[in-house]
Write a protein that binds this ligand. Structure first.
Ligand code: SAM
Length: 293
């Protein structure tokens, strides 16, 4: 078998032949560890019927492994210098479709329809760390049918996505992600698995999309405003944080009454509430508002 793109020797050869300089702006840290690539493929449970979307293929290290295991790979890369390199490196894989675009500006849904993709996709990426959260949230909010998202992110971000109430890592990101998916850290990845070496440790996290959302607030936007208020001032009592939050118009007494109606202390901090409790609080505030009107 020919040497894999991800092997350190092959990666160096490709970079030198193309006189490629890494771009910090695009968060370029290429994977050079085949063992880690194997872990990603297994974590995502990639099988021969799967349609994968890869964000930021770089020189094609992960793309090549995906192409070997999946039915089809759609790879979206922003850096125009990488397009000819990818075309050459992946020439033997007719099941790879390359899209030259900024993922955040791409209408992926339209693209999938155009390609006749009908089943839920798997998203795989060693994400550019400067836009990790916008990419993940855009995918969830797009309503595109997703089986799972298996992505390399900064370890600290992975911990926040997976965290539960009462822990130091628990925050608005935990709740935003857990509203859409079950989050599980699948592997911790040291800096020396990348070229160039990043400053922080990384982790592979798998987000298995829920078919049904785990909670249902009548006003989803309000629930997320309550969450933002709670974690914007996480050391304060929740009733104060909500009363101070510009996007919401509830005074402290009303929030305290809603909390008590839910059997919670009026002095509670937001970091102690579960997603279910934020949804219930949002509904309880609506009910009190209706009663007061
Ligand atoms: N997948 C490759 C690997 O694992 O070796 C490269 C990963 S590197 C961390 C991130 C990749 O995302 C780079 O190729 C970078 O050019 C690309 N990228 C950065 N911003 C992007 C965006 N907005 N849309 C699409 N690709 C982007």
């Amino acid at each position: 078998m020919e040497e894999r793109i991800a092997s350190p020797a092959k990666t160096i050869q490709i970079l030198q032949e193309n006189d490629f300089r890494f771009s910090k702006k695009f968060g370029q840290n290429f994977l050079i560890d085949l063992h880690v690539l194997g872990k990603i493929i297994r974590a995502a449970e990639i099988g021969p019927d799967d349609i994968c979307v890869e964000i930021g293929p770089g020189i094609g290290s992960l793309t090549q492994e995906l192409a070997e295991h999946a039915a089809q790979v759609i790879a979206v890369e922003i850096d125009d210098r990488l397009i000819p390199i990818l075309e050459e490196n992946l020439a033997d894989y007719p099941n790879v479709r390359l899209i030259h675009a900024d993922f955040l500006k791409l209408d992926l849904s339209a693209e999938l329809i155009r390609m006749g993709v009908e089943r839920p996709i798997k998203v795989i990426a060693n994400l550019p760390y400067y836009i990790t959260t916008p990419i993940i949230m855009q995918l969830f909010e797009s309503g595109i049918p997703l089986a799972n998202m298996t992505v390399m992110v900064q370890e600290e971000v992975a911990r926040r996505m997976q965290a539960g109430p009462g822990t130091k890592d628990y925050g608005a990101l935990s709740l935003a992600v857990q509203y859409y998916a079950q989050a599980e850290i699948m592997a911790y990845v040291p800096q020396n698995c990348f070229m160039p070496r990043p400053n922080v440790r990384s982790a592979v996290i798998r987000l298995k999309a829920y078919k049904e959302k785990p909670v249902r607030a009548r006003d989803e936007k309000q629930m997320f405003d309550l969450i933002k208020a709670a974690f914007g001032e996480r050391r304060k009592q929740l009733a104060n944080s909500i009363a101070n939050y510009p996007g919401l118009s509830y005074d402290k007494n009303r929030v305290a009454a809603a909390l008590e109606a839910l059997g919670l202390s009026a002095q509670i901090r937001g970091e102690a509430l579960t997603l279910e409790q934020f949804a219930a609080l949002s509904d309880a505030l609506d009910e009190l508002k209706a009663e007061g009107e």
